[in-house]
Structure formats: structure tokens, C-alpha cells
Design a protein around this ligand. Sequence first.
Ligand SMILES: [Zn+2]
Length: 118
Amino acid sequence: MSEGNLTGGGALWPGDKLRKNVEAAACRMRRRVVWIEETTAIDGVLIETRRSYEFERIPITPKSKRPLCGARCRDGHECRARCVEGRKRCRLHGGLSTGPKTEAGRLRIAESNRRRAK
Ligand SMILES: [Zn+2]
């Protein structure tokens, strides 16, 4: 997670659980979070601080413009498939997600699978 490239709004929200959740959700949706902080002040006296956020689309590179995967196939030639967005290999050569890692994530998927199986 990148803490450094937040612009505007001034203060970060350290240790804020919501913030982490929102960023995780954005990551899943391939979106970027834009944090907005609005302060209302009358005569220089701070009345309230409102915090909100927006999801911003990350433009995706069209497949034809992504580099080739280039992994070595079993028969020796280089893979000519295009890379998965933001990665160096195609979907067959390690580019795709390998699934949830945390215990919470794994439980969530298990629960989802149980429901869908009914
Ligand atoms: Zn490949």
C-alpha cells in the first residue's frame, strides 16, 4: 500500500481501520482511492472536518500494447501471450492472483463458496 502519494487533505489517517478497508476494496476493484477532507471554518475557527473518498478508475493498457509474456514454454519457445495488467507474465505463467492469503480472506471465500453451493 502506498502511503506516500496521497495528495491534498493534509493529514493522513494513521491506524484508521476504515482507511485500510477502503484501500483494500479499491485494490480489488482495480481502482485508486482519492481521499477528500473538507474543513468548515468560520472566522478561522474550525467547525468540522468532513472526510470522504472517491474511487478513481485506473486506465488499463489495452492488451495489444502490453509487452509479451516471454516465459519459456515446455517446447522451448517463448510465450507470445500478452502480460496481465500490471504484471510481467501472462495469465498462464503466473500473472493472475493466487487467491486470498490472510485467514480472514480465506474464510470469506469459503463462506461464499458454501452459499453458492446450495
Ligand atoms: Zn506466458
